[in-house]
Design a protein around this ligand. Sequence first.
Ligand SMILES: NC(=O)c1ccc[n+]([C@@H]2O[C@H](COP(=O)([O-])OP(=O)(O)OC[C@H]3O[C@@H](n4cnc5c(N)ncnc54)[C@H](OP(=O)(O)O)[C@@H]3O)[C@@H](O)[C@H]2O)c1
Length: 439
Amino acid sequence: MSEPAIRLAILGLGTVASGVVRILNGPNSPVSCRAGRSFEIRHVAVRDTSRPREVEVPVNSLTTDWLAAVSDPEVDVVLELMGGTTIAREAVLAAIATGKHVITANKALLAEHGNEVFAAARKAEVCVAYEAAVAGGIPIIAAVGRSMTGNRIVSIEAILNGTSNFILSEMLGKHRQYEDVLAEAQALGYAEADPAMDVDGTDAAQKLILLTQLALGKKVELKDFPRQGIDTLELADMLYAEELGYRVKLLAVARVVGQQLEMHVEPTLLRRERAIAQTDGALNIVELEGDAVGHLVMAGAGAGQMPTASAVVSDLVDVAIGRAQQTFPQLNLWQDDSGLTVMSADQIQRRYFLRFNVEDRPRVIAEVADILGRNQISLASIIQHEAPEVDASENGGVPIVPLVIMTHRTTEGSIRAAEASLAQLSTVRAPHVRMAVAD
Ligand SMILES: NC(=O)c1ccc[n+]([C@@H]2O[C@H](COP(=O)([O-])OP(=O)(O)OC[C@H]3O[C@@H](n4cnc5c(N)ncnc54)[C@H](OP(=O)(O)O)[C@@H]3O)[C@@H](O)[C@H]2O)c1
């Protein structure tokens, strides 16, 4: 190999960075051959240099001084694998300012500060590569950014958070409750010590923002679209959905509707026969629709050490052969040039799954149907099982039963208006469960 080695500063030596070092150090690693150059790890920045490490890095490369590492003129590429949005942002901007290409797996950083980071990189004529930031090992950024450039992409439907998907699969498969499975997800290392962003939909929404920017040319912020997690989901509703032929998934959607962008992340009923409904465990899946190629589906490990490291190293090879430097400016990334406006939540049109507890008396279903009808919502199907869920003696002898309704297509605004009226009925009790249905 006549080309000089590519010199790296790696920020972090945790889960992902250790996987990257493992691939680069692998005895039969094909990476240098594919890159046409070898890689030399100059610096590895960590918080605590005395901690035992699962991989070997060059003697004296470990440091706590991330700024010195990224500023070293002998470094060509900075791999930001520390996470967070404060020091990571400073480190990435410092790397760019001193002329380094940056590779990051940090979706939170790019979802929040992507504009700033990409503008700085364009100005400094370096590139930022982020395959690992969306859907872990699935090469979705390369597919969208390189292989679908002949298309106008009109829709993204995806499962982008493996932790949530693992929890939902376990709840349904083994009839377990949410809290119970969450504890196991943490023990297995799927969920973070603080799993809030996994289960409240934020992590999936951050990844959807990155994909939407790249695929649909629209910069969207977290506050611009509805987001709901799986943290309030009950097994009972997943079982009702099954009875109706659907499976509940935490679905991330970005879809072009005329000049508007419909976007949301929420538990959604999907027909059981769809590939996305059958994606179980900690896997991710992305379904794209392009006007030329039609439907594309990519599925695989959305997180974890080696799948994520696989994505980071593919970016590294792209930088080594100069491909990333060409595609980054050409794609004019992080431009907001689609002309799309984000649809307000009230305008979103789809079918809905609703569940209320109601008094088991004559005319109750008629009252509910009347209110829905007055809000232009028509019913597709109803489930009301005989067995009372609540002891009748607690309600003056009147049993309380769950009433499950699938509606035809309507707007979220109509559903909310109907819910407000239903809440006034003395015969309708909490909970009021509402989930979207994807056709
Ligand atoms: N884990 C996954 O499956 C996965 C998948 C996709 C994307 N990602 C993204 O990849 C990034 C890294 O995730 P991870 O799971 O590898 O994290 P991690 O295991 O917590 O590792 C973080 C590393 O960064 C170092 N670090 C943190 N703050 C630092 C600071 N101020 N100065 C120097 N070093 C610092 C830590 O040092 P110490 O070791 O000394 O504590 C640690 O080595 C995150 O952005 C994450 O969202 C992760």
